[in-house]
Ligand binder design. Structure first.
Ligand code: ATP
Ligand code: MG
Length: 332
């Protein structure tokens, strides 16, 4: 079975529908065809400032949600990044074969640092894509499911794998992007041309998996829609309504064309009301299962420790090979 690696940041108290539709549902599906490694990337979550106690709790909530949406600890290796020290160890080595100019071209850094003010951005935010390369390469992943927002970072991972292999001898599998046909890019409800994001969307712009469905219904009701009254799919001309249709279609399994036909002659309000119900039915069981995991943190931590052990069994031999090739002493 080809191997897959993917990670998600514990940067909020809940994942949002963009995370689910753009990434997590594919993670679940890939378990059937791939050997899957999934990581709660807490090292990445401290690149833009954080609160220690909140972080640990968010990592647990993240893991609980992953189990709740269908990541099966028997089928997948699910772990928290900070429990596998090889990630930071490999990141240092990769950082030393990354050009400063090369790293400077990463657009996510430019975007995020512009928002924070470049003097206040950390070096960690700058080197983030190098750590991400280490995450992937440690597991010799064949494929990485990525959203559009992560494509450039995966390109860097591929370059670094090839460069290391050329410089020091074949060590890493060069990972390919795993592109899922019609991967949904979900946009902000209040700003339908920007992506829905844990850290940059306003609360009114995000639908969280763990929020009260009544609150979600309210957010959907006040979602920014477009001029005109017709319910049609037109991502350019009607980004607001199109986003709602995308969510509706993905969660209900009904084709967009089908929905458009069904809502012919009806208004935005009807669509929003029905969508709120679709979302509520979808999140309710996820919320219940997440609560179940969080009610027993000791058991949850144990599942994660087991995951970390399984991860290390793969990561450690990779790091050992790297140390050998570059002239370090073997890790003890
Ligand atoms: P942050 O704002 O902290 O970067 P995020 O919402 O972008 O958070 P990440 O943890 O960076 O979430 O990404 C997790 C996964 O979710 C990635 O695979 C990413 O491509 C995907 N993803 C994030 N936002 C969206 C979105 N709006 N639509 C589709 N996929 C998304
Ligand atoms: Mg992101």
């Amino acid at each position: 079975r080809p191997r897959v690696f993917s990670g998600i940041q514990p940067t909020a108290d809940s994942f949002h529908l963009g995370n689910y539709l753009g990434a997590l549902r594919h993670w679940v599906a890939l378990q059937e065809t791939h050997e899957t490694f999934y990581c709660v990337v807490d090292l990445h979550a401290i690149t833009a400032g954080h609160d220690p106690k909140t972080l640990r709790q968010r990592s647990r909530i993240a893991a609980a949600q992953l189990f709740a949406v269908g990541i099966d600890p028997e089928q997948s290796t699910l772990f928290v990044q900070s429990q596998v020290p090889e990630h930071s160890q490999l990141a240092w080595v990769l950082g030393c074969i990354t050009g400063f100019g090369e790293a400077s071209r990463m657009t996510q850094f430019k975007d995020k640092s512009q928002k924070q003010g470049s003097d206040r951005s950390s070096v960690g935010l700058f080197t983030y894509p190098i750590l991400q390369a280490a995450d992937i390469l440690l597991y010799q992943a064949d494929a990485v499911p990525v959203g559009e927002d992560q494509r450039q970072h995966l390109e860097l991972s591929r370059d670094l794998a090839q460069r290391f292999n050329t410089l020091f001898g074949r060590t890493f599998t060069v990972p390919a992007p795993h592109i899922v046909k019609d991967t949904a890019k979900i946009t902000d409800l209040q700003e339908p041309t920007a992506k829905m994001s844990k850290s940059s969307s306003s609360p009114a712009g995000i639908i969280d998996l763990l929020e009260d469905p009544a609150r979600t219904a309210k957010k959907i009701r006040s979602a920014v829609t477009d001029t005109g009254r017709e319910i049609v799919f037109d991502a350019e001309g009607k980004p607001g309504i199109s986003n709602l249709l995308t969510i509706y279609s993905a969660l209900s399994g009904r084709d967009i064309d089908d929905l458009v036909a069904a809502y012919a002659g009806k208004g935005y309000g009807d669509l929003k009301k029905d969508l709120a119900e679709v979302v509520a039915d979808f999140v309710r069981p996820i919320q219940e299962r997440t609560r179940g995991y969080l009610d027993d943190p000791a058991q949850l931590d144990k599942l994660l420790a087991t995951g970390a052990e399984k991860a290390r069994a793969v990561a450690a031999p990779t790091l050992r090979a790297v140390y050998e090739r570059i002239g370090f002493f073997p890790p003890v």
